[in-house]
Structures are given as structure tokens and as C-alpha cells.
Write a protein that binds this ligand. Sequence first.
Ligand SMILES: *Cc1c(COP(=O)(O)O)cnc(C)c1O
Length: 423
Amino acid sequence: MDAKRDTTDSFIAKEARYGARNYAPVQVVVDHAKDCLVWDVDGREYIDMMSAYSSVSHGHLHPRIVAAAQRQLEKVAVTSRAYYGTTLGPLLEKLSEVTGFERALPMNTGAEAVETAIKCARRWGHRIKGVPDGRQRILVARGNFHGRTSTIIGFSSEPEYRNGFGPFDGGFQHFDYGDMQSVKAAATPDTCAVLIEPIQGEAGVIVPPPGFFQELRAWCTAHQVLLIDDEVQAGLGRTGKWFAFQHEGIRPDALILGKALGAGLLPVSAFCADDKVMQVFSPNSHGSTFGGNALAAAVALEGLKVLEEEGLVDHCAEKGDYLMRRLREVQDEVRPLIRDVRGRGLWIGVDIEPSCTTARDLVERLAAHGLLSKETHETVIRFAPPLTITFELMDRAVEIFRRVAREKHAELAGRVARQGTPA
Ligand SMILES: *Cc1c(COP(=O)(O)O)cnc(C)c1O
């Protein structure tokens, strides 16, 4: 065995030997990265079309964001919210400017910001709407993904995320994503919020039917129900607008941000709402030791400025349209291997025909050819590159995808031909 392969195997073996088995990573050992490119320990180069589930929207180690982190590291990193600081206020102000919401509550991971939203909705339901405490209900969509805490997986409809982790407390009611009749059927007078993704990411990049969010918005308003929009993955430019709700021509009552808010460096999340909702939080009612720490706030603030000043949001729609068109060309060439190519902006799901192969099979082949992606469920390959990706790099990525898809297509044709030949 050559020495290089040996290094790769030893890193993989160590994670496998000492880690919990809660992930099944693609067999690539990342050593370092720059913008849209990643190199493994053997020096092999990859195009990153996954960007850590949209956390790396700015590209890896964006120089301005690294510099902002370094400047802050010369001063102070963590103080807790026991004191004020010089970076949190400016971050909150900037968040208010870009989201249009009056206030934000900083947390670290996406799941914590979702928990914040749930607590806020329940307290709002009790104190403002008048639902008896303990009876508040929140509507969630089937196929949702909002994170991995025990409360959140309690309302997942995915057995893999839930099995063996109960008991679950309840207080959540499912409806079918994109189906207004189903929302109405699930609601009761105790319903205080609808928690929803503007595009269902982990479910396979599911884009809602036109008009659904407008109807949902109107229904929520009419029934005094908060519309809480989880844009942990969709937000901050990913779909070609700052926020995916802008495609729908609506404004939610609250917005959850994470992933790209950390600008590819740190976990930073936030729950954003106007004062009439946020007012339910009083001192000691909620918090997080690391939430809004000085370093995280400096990084997130610079990340928002970079998105704005480098026009990353503006260019995303055009780049996304281009990538979608090129991927659909490949779809036409390898029929029936790919049954759908869908998404919005630089967030694309390529849905594989299950009788042909699995998404994972293709993801592994793409990695072997220098393209990083990730499957979600059995059939969908997700492409969500950094928003900094160039047209030239997208062309290179599409060429790799074409090659892998054609190889698979040829294999399948061979299989059919062999099976079709009488023995
Ligand atoms: C990733 C994700 C979360 C959870 O974020 P974590 O940082 O992994 O806790 C929540 N909601 C959505 C829509 C996500 O995509």
C-alpha cells in the first residue's frame, strides 16, 4: 500500500475507531481549503459543491472574514452575556437592517435558534394569544428538518431521526408541505405558530407550489398564528435573494438564521422578530453562554458586509440559473437516470431515478473525480456551492458530473443489454 493512501486510511480509521458512528462520511480526508476548492491529505483537489450544508456561502476562509476574526482575537473572544461588548451591538443592528426585523436573539447552532423560536412561540401563544399554558400547539410540515435536539426530532416525520430517542412531549401537529387544506385540518384554537422551511432542504430541496406561502401568510394573520420561517439553510443569499421569503412576496413574523451567518468560520445563529413578538423574553427566560460572543459577532458582522459589498446575493440568481440549465442538459443526455433537477439560486437537488442507482453511489463517484456533493435521503444529490463560485468553476463541476452520469448511464445500458440477451 502506498504511503499516501496509508495516511488517508489512518485518519479515517481514527474517526471510525474513537468517534460515535452518527455519520457516514464520504471517504475524503480534507486537509485544507481556499474559497471553492478543497484539498485532501494526498494533495488531491476537489471543487466544493456542498459548502458544509451552506455554512460556507462566502467560500472557505474568506480573507476579509479571517482578518476580522484575527483582529478580534487580538482583543477578546468570549465574555458571556453577563457584560456588554463592542461587536454584538453592531451585529444586531446589521441583522435588523438586512432582515427588516426590529430585534435579534443570538445563539450558536441552528437547532438552538429553532429552540428559541419554539419557546418564543409558546410564550407568545400563552401571554399574547391567551392559550392556556401547556396547551400551545405548533404546526410543522411533514418532511421537515429543523435540527437535532430532542424537542426538534420529536416533531420530525423521519423515523431515522426519531427512533429510540423518545419520549416526545408533543405539542406539534403535522401538515403536508405546500398543502393549505392540510394546514387548516391540523390547526386548533390552541395553535400559536406555523414553523416552516421556505424550501425543504434535507427533504430533498423541495420548492413550495406557487402561492402557497401567500395563502399561509393570510391564514396565519386571520387566525392569530405566528408564521416562523426557518431560513437556517435558505437564508443569506442562497436562493438568489437575501431571504427565500422574498420570492414569495410575504413577510413572516419571525425568521431563524444560522449556517452561513457564521460566515464559514464559526457556529452563529439568530432568532429575529419584531418587538411585539420578541417582548415575551425577559431577563433569565432564555440564553446561551456562548451566544453572541465577541468573536462570533465580529465574524458574523463581517460576513454580512461581505455578502452585501461583494454582490454575492445579486449574482447568486444568475449563477444558479446557469448551473440549473447546465445540469438539465446532462439530465437530457442520460435519461432516465435523473428524474428531476430542481431548486432555487445556488441550491439545487438532482433527483436520481431509484431503479437506476442511489444518490450515494453517484456522490462517491463524483468525489473520486474531484467534486464534493452530498446525498440527502436515498435519491437526491445536493449541489450548493459557495456563492463565490465562478462560471468557469461551475463548468468544470458540470463536466465532472456529466462524465460520472454518462459512465453510470453506459453501465446501465450494458446491464440492460446483458439481461436482454437470451442465455
Ligand atoms: C441545518 C438546519 C438546522 C439545524 O442547524 P444546526 O446548526 O445543524 O443545528 C435547522 N434548520 C434548517 C432548515 C437546517 O437546514
